[in-house]
Design a protein around this ligand. Sequence first.
Ligand SMILES: [Zn+2]
Length: 152
Amino acid sequence: MKWRKNLLEQVNSMEKVRPFSHALDRLRDAGLRPTRQRLALAKLLFDECDRHITAEQLHSEALAGNIRVSLATVYNTLHQFTTAGLLREIVVDAGRSYFDTNTTCHHHFFDESTGVLSDVPDGQLEVSGIPTPPEGAQVESVDVVVRIRAAS
Ligand SMILES: [Zn+2]
């Protein structure tokens, strides 16, 4: 197992040397020009584990990290990333969207009292009886948001 530990150390040190490489690769693979702002926001979004984030939350993180960017630019960038397939938009109600870095098909819990969006564990929710879409349309995906609140 020693070789494995060494390999892990090598990978870790590579990431330290090239902190933007992961975000940069994601942008390039999606065919997006890696502008400075896109790169900075991509790093906040993709360099940790999967997350659900609103435009406002990402904007706050950017400001906290000394990334000078307007909320409008954050919105535009999130929508560009979504169109490019890097993010999935989860609309929980009118005027509130979360952006999910996990773009695979999965469902969500939305806590109405805390505003927290979280993943329904794999295999716990099954959708059956998908309706026939109107003529000329096809089903693109089915997203279920299970609304929860603290039990009283
Ligand atoms: Zn999710």
